[in-house]
Ligand binder design. Sequence first.
Ligand code: COA
Length: 336
Amino acid sequence: MNRSNHRPILAKISGVGHYMPEKVLTNHDLEKLVDTNDEWIVSRTGISERRIVADGEFTSHMSVNAINELLETTDTDVSEIDVIIVATVTPDRLFPSTACLVQEKIGAKNCWGFDLSAACSGFVFGLNTASRFVESGAYKKIIVVGVDTMSSIMNYKDRNTCILFGDGAGAVLVEPSEEEGFGIIDSLSSIDGSGAEHLYMPAGGSEKPASHETVDADEHYLHQDGKKVYIDAVRGMADISIKILEKNGLNGEDIDLFIPHQANKRIIDSTAKRLKIDSSKVVINIGSYGNTTAGTIPLGLYDAVQDGRLKKGYVTVLAAFGAGYTLGSTLLKWAY
Ligand code: COA
C-alpha cells in the first residue's frame, strides 16, 4: 500500500501520551521462573527488565491512561476526537473492540473507531491509516493507540518467549499540519502471510476455539520460532526502511532520528548498520521495557520527546516488523 506524494493536506503527530504499569519484572525475577540468567538475556536481547500489569490493569485501562495524558498535554477536549484506532493483539475481549471500551471510558461522544490487528506493526499501520484519513479531509483529530498486555498471553514456563515481552501503551494525536512540509511525509505498509506459522497464538480463535485440551496444551500463549523470526525481522525491518528512504530520495545519513520496533537490541543494531545510521540517532528503550508489541514505537516517540532527542524539523523514520508477517515504515518531519 504505497502512497503518492501529491497530497494537498499533510497529517502530523501533535502529541504523545503513554502509560507503563508500575510493576517491574527483572531478569533476576525470571531466573526464579525459568532456567535462564541475566547475562544470557542481556547479551542475546538487550533486555534487563520489563513492566507487567497488576490485577485490574489491562489493555483498555492502559489505553485510557495513555490517552488521558495525551489529551492533557495537547489541551484537547475529548469531544473533538473523530476516530480512535487501537492497535493491539491483546484486546480486553475478542469483541466488542477495545476501541469501543476505550471510547466509553474516556467519554468521547462524537467519534467512531476500531481495533487494528497487526501485532508489532500495529501502531505504524494505525498511524499510516490515520494519516490517510486526515489527508482525505474526512477527519481532523484521530487518536492512535499502540498497546499490548503481552503478559496475558505469555507462558512464564517457556524461556524462549517469556523473557522477551512486556506490557505498555503509547498514544498519539494525528491532525492536519498547518506548516508546509512538517508532518507525515510518506508511509509504507505491507503484509506477508507466509510468515504466519512462525509467530502466533494457536488457540482461542475460530480455527481452534478454547477447550480443556487447548488450555492443557498451552495453546493460548504466544508461540514462535525465534531463530526464523529473528532472521526475517532483520531483513524485513531494514528493507521497509530502505524502501521509504529511497522512494523519497534519502539515505541513512539524512535521518535525524530512527525509531524502530523494539524486539531485540541485536535486530535494531543490525538494521541501523544496514541503513548506515549512527547509533546515536537510534532510539533504544528495550532494556527497560522489553518488547511491548504495538506499544514499542509510540513509547519510543514518547521517550524521545521527553528527553529532547526529538526536535521540531527532525527527519524521523519509524519502522516495524511483526507477526503476520506485517511490515511498516513512516517518514516524518517532526512537527513540534
Ligand atoms: N535463557 C537461557 N538460554 C536460553 C534461553 C533463555 N531465556 N532461551 C533459549 N536459550 C537457549 C536455547 O535453548 C539454546 O540452547 P541449545 O543451544 O542448547 O539448544 C541456546 O540458548 C541458543 O538459543 P537460540 O535460539 O539460538 O538463541 P538466539 O541467540 O537465537 O536468541 C531469541 C533467541 C529468541 C532471543 C532470538 O532468536 C530472537 O530475538 N528472535 C526474534 C524474536 C522476536 O523478535 N520476536 C518478535 C518479533 S516482532
